[in-house]
Design a protein around this ligand. Structure first.
Ligand code: CDP
Length: 204
């Protein structure tokens, strides 16, 4: 039986950490769908046209540390507002979700658009300040001059674009379990997610 877990939420809320941990715990494949949009954003920064880039994405485009850079994240959220870009990436995500053994997908529209029938939907969120503090702690190692205020502005700009776009805006699915990680450490956030998944698994 295939078991699908959809994990959505705003930037730096802890989706990636939770997704990797639950994928490992339940033996499921994991797709970070943000990488698809980041890969398109990166190609646009290199001069490609967004829709063409989305339609011709290759597996090797999803690799590389530079996909985590903040200018790539901003470019990702700009291309993510283009309906034809989103449409070009749907089949790949749905095929991934249907793989035997099940899958965890994390992103912005997994529970609402990509996998509306997912067995479990989590919406992972946290205050903008808490999310910016975490992202700042990660990114300042590579960029010592990076300030908290810059990261906060970046996070808020992306939230605004992701929540207010017309096509597949970021929002919790009606049947999602919301996990607010503002006051949780990594272990507590993972434990809360595992508990929510086990509660749903029992009833599937
Ligand atoms: O890791 P972080 O939460 O900062 O971002 P990400 O998940 O890598 O996503 C980067 C950008 O891609 C987001 O700001 C969204 O604009 C877009 N995205 C999307 O529109 N739909 C998804 N399913 C995943 C990402």
């Amino acid at each position: 039986m295939s078991f699908v877990i959809a994990i959505d939420g705003p930037a730096a809320a802890g989706k990636g950490t939770i997704s990797r941990a639950v994928a490992q715990k339940f033996g499921l494949a994991h797709l970070d769908t943000g990488l698809l949009y980041r890969a398109v954003g990166k190609r646009v920064l290199a001069g490609d046209e967004a829709i063409t880039a989305a339609r011709s994405l290759r597996p090797e485009d999803l690799k590389g540390d530079d996909l985590r850079r903040s200018e790539v994240a901003q470019a990702a959220s700009r291309v993510a507002a283009i309906p034809q870009v989103r449409a070009a990436l749907v089949d790949f995500q749905r095929e991934f979700a249907q793989r035997t053994g099940g899958a965890v997908l994390d992103g912005r529209d997994i529970g609402t658009v990509i996998c509306p029938d997912a067995d479990v939907k989590l919406f992972v969120t946290a205050s903008a300040e808490a999310r910016a503090a975490r992202r700042h702690a990660e990114d300042v190692l590579a960029r010592p001059d990076l300030t908290f205020d810059e990261v906060l502005a970046d996070v808020k700009a992306r939230d605004d674009r992701d929540m207010n776009r017309a096509d597949a805006p970021l929002r919790a699915a009606g049947d999602a379990v919301t996990i607010d990680t503002t006051q949780l450490d990594v272990a507590e956030a993972i434990a809360t997610a595992v508990q929510a998944i086990n509660a749903r698994r029992g009833s599937v």
